[in-house]
Design a protein around this ligand. Structure first.
Ligand SMILES: [Fe+2]
Length: 252
């Protein structure tokens, strides 16, 4: 299984943001049918405007593999649903289960989870979302592994900006992971920097951002560096392996 992973497009009506998104998507498109799915972990839009989701829809259209998305703190659930989910309504969490198949059989479950808190920068998995994850994982066939994808990293990445706005109340997630050993990785965004760590003993990978890269505290003044090219990640999962191998790339 090969999962391409983009995050934080922050499409905002500007040509700069759109060009960076197109470059990243084109890079993944070039991998063709080697890719089983493209995950985009939130902050698709910068202000949550319907016009920004029209841009999202356009940049992600026509790809030869499934495109799986979830909201981030810059997204707005009603506009997201209206444009990206065929006019759906409601402002509850946007949680979606996708079971990817190989040779006709279920091979990997990808749970796209909504960690956004409307109006807030930090995140949380609501009781509703945690219950949905629990039920969804329990209903899968025993042999099918799973990954959870959402916007806010649940662990510190040792930078004050994302650490100050990370996933709050992560204990519920840790409890859930202890009950579901089929979960092999947590795939997030939000931090605008490629990072690999762990949470509750599970691999945690933060995709680099398509928009600006977050300078680390020892990399100089200012936090938003748009001189670096858009980033992306590829996650490889192989039958019988209980680990996820991640490669990071830039779309230069
Ligand atoms: Fe972001």
């Amino acid at each position: 299984m090969l999962l391409a992973h983009l995050s934080d497009l922050h499409l905002d009506g500007t040509e700069q943001a759109a060009a960076r998104a197109r470059a990243a998507v084109d890079r993944v498109r070039a991998a063709g049918d080697a890719v089983d799915a493209l995950l985009v972990t939130g902050d698709l839009a910068d202000h949550g405007a319907e016009s920004e989701y029209e841009e999202v829809a356009a940049v992600l259209a026509g790809l030869p593999f499934p495109v799986l998305t979830c909201p981030g703190n810059h997204d707005e659930r009603r506009a997201y649903r209206k444009v990206l989910r065929d006019g759906a309504t409601g402002d509850g969490p946007i949680d979606e289960l996708h079971v990817l198949r190989r040779d006709g059989a279920p091979a990997l479950a990808v749970l796209m989870c909504d960690s956004s808190i409307p109006g807030a920068g930090a995140g949380a998995l609501s009781p509703e979302t945690l219950a949905w994850i629990d039920t969804s994982l329990a209903a899968l066939p025993d042999e099918v592994p799973a990954v959870l994808a959402f916007h806010h990293p649940p662990a510190r990445l040792h930078h004050p900006l994302p650490d100050g706005l990370r996933l709050t109340r992560p204990d519920g997630l840790a409890d859930l992971l202890a009950r579901h050993p089929r979960v092999l990785a947590l795939l997030t965004g939000h931090a605008h920097t490629a990072a690999a760590t762990s949470f509750a003993g599970i691999a945690l990978r933060s995709a680099p951002a398509v928009t600006y890269t977050l300078r680390l505290t020892w990399e100089g003044e200012g936090h938003a560096d748009d001189t670096q090219p858009p980033g992306l990640a590829y996650h490889v999962l192989a039958p019988g392996e209980r680990h996820v191998t991640t490669h990071f790339r830039v779309a230069a």
